[in-house]
Design a binder for this molecule. Structure first.
Ligand code: ADP
Length: 164
């Protein structure tokens, strides 16, 4: 079974990576999809987000993980076209629930054959989000451990350039 894990990944955090590692063990193949979220203005371009994800998953352990991007149309159509039957999402505290529930039910309404599967966050990532990482990086705060080690310098560099 092929699964997709869609998200903004602006940028990928250790919370996202935790979901990727766990989902990659459940499915034959996992495609992490950078999706354009119309209501969010991203700090990183789609190409940058894809590059950061590719750097992160370039390890032996994650050889069944691929990275793709998707900019228009319905996620369920995109998922179908990839031959995938599952959409993976991560769940943090209560705040994610209503939004995720609405999206999952809408996607089921559109395409009942595709299941949305939720993986619960690990306790240490409960309060971690891309927004927190960006806020810290902008203020030159320490982001070590909050983003995958392979991309810490890239995230820092992005905000150094912006603040000059
Ligand atoms: P989106 O804009 O689609 O919500 P995000 O990049 O913010 O994209 O999140 C992608 C998915 O990863 C969502 O399902 C989100 O709930 C999940 N996620 C984000 N941060 C964490 C975390 N710290 N632990 C577990 N799941 C997370």
């Amino acid at each position: 079974m092929i699964a997709v894990y869609p998200g903004s990944f602006d940028p990928i955090t250790s919370g996202h990576l935790d979901i990727i590692v766990r989902a990659s063990k459940l499915y034959e193949s996992l495609i992490v999809v950078v999706a354009q979220n119309g209501s969010k203005v991203p700090a990183f371009s789609v190409e940058e987000r894809v590059m950061l994800l590719e750097k992160t998953v370039a390890s032996e352990e994650l050889k069944n993980v691929k990275v793709a991007c998707f900019s228009s149309g319905l996620l369920v159509d995109y998922t179908d076209n990839l031959g995938a039957g599952v959409i993976v999402r991560g769940l943090r505290a209560v705040s994610d629930f209503e939004y995720e529930f609405q999206r999952a039910l809408t996607n089921r309404h559109l395409r009942p054959s595709i299941e949305t599967v939720f993986l619960m966050t690990s306790a240490e990532h409960l309060f971690l989000s891309s927004s927190i990482v960006k806020e810290l990086a902008r203020l030159q705060g320490r982001i070590d451990g909050l983003v995958p080690a392979a991309i810490t310098d890239d995230v820092r560099a992005k905000f150094l350039v912006q603040s000059e």
